[in-house]
Ligand binder design. Structure first.
Ligand code: NDP
Length: 254
């Protein structure tokens, strides 16, 4: 029973883990004894986070690359497999916003958000799958959003990408289950990070969040760690294709 939720010594690769939710998950997994692989586009930020985790007794390794560049992803994932060990858990977390009303949204802002928030999860997962498949074991966790279910003005590209990622999660679960790979998603509500800083600092938006969410507050990134560890551990071995919304009850209420 004690080992049911263990991630001890598992190699956990988290894309976009130099800040925000990805960084919190990395710290949480490192505290739980996993070997975390840090990623972001900025080499020196990746190195800083690796040092930070090691300074607190954690095991960490860094790979700086852009998740939308498939060849670069393939090379770096091969390095992880050879130098760190077999990837047990992949968390597709990297994500961005480019806001604007649909009628004015540029093609570049559409394509970039779809590429980073949706296509990258396909590229990276496909490569990691090629290793997990032979081992007949693996966990993939996609970070979607409350916006995979609920639209809001000015984020049509983001909602489309996250809705797509929710369905990609189900497709991976359907096709890769036979290799004993479980794919699930976490759909965060509104969390305080760099991505949402301007919304947190906007009194009207802040009031709106607190009035809509049953828990009446923003989520803190560390509040996603427990769900991620559950989905990464043997405790969830028969859970496949689900999205768990960690949203303070937003989805549940009108
Ligand atoms: P942050 O902006 O705080 O962090 C994003 C991370 O992703 C950074 O480490 C960034 O590093 C990295 N990143 C961005 N683009 C790329 C890329 N092309 N290749 C590699 N790394 C990249 O965002 P959050 O922590 O808030 O968000 C994390 C995830 O959670 C996203 O997918 C987001 O959509 C989702 N989410 C967030 C919510 C929130 O309220 N904060 C709510 C629902 C979902 P760098 O820029 O240096 O590359």
């Amino acid at each position: 029973m004690n080992n049911l939720f263990s991630v001890q010594n598992k190699v956990v690769f988290i894309t976009g883990s130099t800040r925000g939710i990805g960084l919190s998950l990395a710290k949480g997994f490192a505290d739980a004894g996993a070997v975390v692989v840090i990623n972001g586009r900025n080499q020196s930020e990746v190195e800083t986070i690796v040092k930070l985790i090691k300074s607190t007794g954690g095991k960490a390794y860094g790979v700086a690359f852009d998740v939308t560049e498939r060849d670069s992803a393939a090379k770096n994932i091969q390095n992880i497999e050879q130098e760190v060990g077999p990837i047990s858990v992949l968390i597709n977390n990297a994500g961005i916003h480019r806001r604007g009303p649909l009628e004015e949204l540029s093609i570049d802002d559409w394509k970039t958000v779809i590429e980073v928030n949706l296509s990258s999860a396909f590229y990276v997962s496909q490569i990691v799958f090629s290793y997990m498949k032979d081992r007949k074991k693996g966990k993939i966790i996609n970070i979607t959003s409350l916006n995979a279910e609920k639209a809001r003005p000015n984020i049509g590209n983001y909602s489309a990408a996250k809705g797509g990622l929710k369905m990609l999660t189900k497709s991976m679960a359907t096709e890769w289950g036979k290799y004993n790979i479980q794919t699930n998603a976490i759909g965060p509500g509104y969390f305080k990070t760099d991505l949402t800083e301007h919304l947190v600092n906007d009194p009207e938006f802040d009031r709106w969040v607190k009035s809509e969410v049953p828990l009446q507050r923003w989520g803190m990134p560390e509040e996603l760690i427990g769900t991620a560890i559950y989905l990464a551990s043997d405790a969830s071995n028969y859970i496949n294709g689900h999205t768990i919304y960690v949203d303070g009850g937003w989805q549940a209420s009108l």
